[in-house]
Design a protein around this ligand. Sequence first.
Ligand SMILES: *Cc1c(COP(=O)(O)O)cnc(C)c1O
Length: 456
Amino acid sequence: MKTIIEPFRIKSVEPIEMTTRHQRERYIHAAHYNLFSLESQHVLIDLLTDSGTSSMSARQWGAIMTGDESYAGSPSFFRFESAVRKLMPFKNIIPTHQGRAAEKILFSVVAGKGKYIPNNTHFDTTRANIEFTGAQAVDLVVSEGLNPASEHPFKGNMDVQRLIDFINEIGEDNIPICMLTLTNNSGGGQPVSMDNIREVKSVCEHYGIPLFIDACRFAENAYFIKIREKGFQNRDIPSIVREIFSYADGVTMSAKKDGLVNIGGWLAMNNDLWASQARTLLILTEGFPTYGGLAGRDLEAIAVGLEEIVQEDYLRYRIASTQYLGDHLFEAGVPTVRPAGGHAIYIDARAMLPHIPPMQYPGQSLAVELYLHGGIRGCEIGTVMFGRQADGTELPSRMDLVRLAIPRRVYTQSHIDYVIEAIIEVNEHKHNLQGMKITWEPPSLRHFTSHFEYCL
Ligand SMILES: *Cc1c(COP(=O)(O)O)cnc(C)c1O
């Protein structure tokens, strides 16, 4: 059957406040045309991020009531630890309040001046935490991963030859760990194949470099392996997940993604010495090692979320729903990054709006118009986000995209149909869209707070 049905019923609803274009014109004007400055109740369909925006299940809410808030040795911690270990069998499992806290602690232990950390593509907080220690973050994704039109099934793969060349150039002693991000968020939510994970592991092993996985979307990646990689069609998801982590020496994880919760994360590894240093830092900034910046109830919600995220019915719906959005836009002639990623669709605003030069932020103009026309909030990933250089000058970024990230279990197929309709209508009147300019910007991370106006 063609219709995707959600593998759940809805027991508790959150009303969406319906707004008109006229109202939205007022809201976005008051927000200086910055979508981050909108009040979220003025958004109809919020596709700003899939992070921390999941709906929890009745079982998760039930587990929350069983949370034990003891400072040390809470049974909630042991339920969390055993749920993590079932999928990621590492010796040391250290809870943190979210993914970047795990990164901050890991890189404080292993990185530092003169060190280099390769990855397929570092997520922005990962890169920032590496660079904060004085080390350098290096992206070595395959060339297909940089080509928006390529339909390669595993565009998140590491370029293994480049990795070998890089290690030979820099020297393995200056590379404390190698990383793989599953799925490759900054590269469009594209998966990494099992074959590539094995090859990267064998290179790492040869040079004695531990492999860490940024595991935020491990379940979506495992499902892509199942449906796209030869030999995995008959394997169940937990066994694919366990095989992935059998090649790793540790992970950083944001439970706000494939943990199916609104807050949480962890750092896990086999190295006892590093783990003991990590726990010391954890106590400084996060808390005691059996809660690490979370409440006992949060640990319970993660433990149940990890059972639900690897259910095949859920993953089939999740990936089909994202792909449905991507394929309908593609068929309607809206330029997008191909193929659909696991958690998001990226519209190529530069290709869609060739009459707006990159320095007039076509991505921002499109993101604002999607809000005005349909009440949809996406996120510019382009010249606004990356265009400002260290010396204060500005250059066009490599691409001007608008990301539509899909929260987990939140919107139904009819919401997705509405999004498709709205985007196709915007595409039909795209010639009317105007370029934008920045009228105020902060010293760093300008996309969050800048003010915009239309160019006249
Ligand atoms: C979200 C994310 C992180 C950081 O996690 P937070 O929970 O937001 O701190 C790290 N890596 C990837 C790939 C992510 O998507």
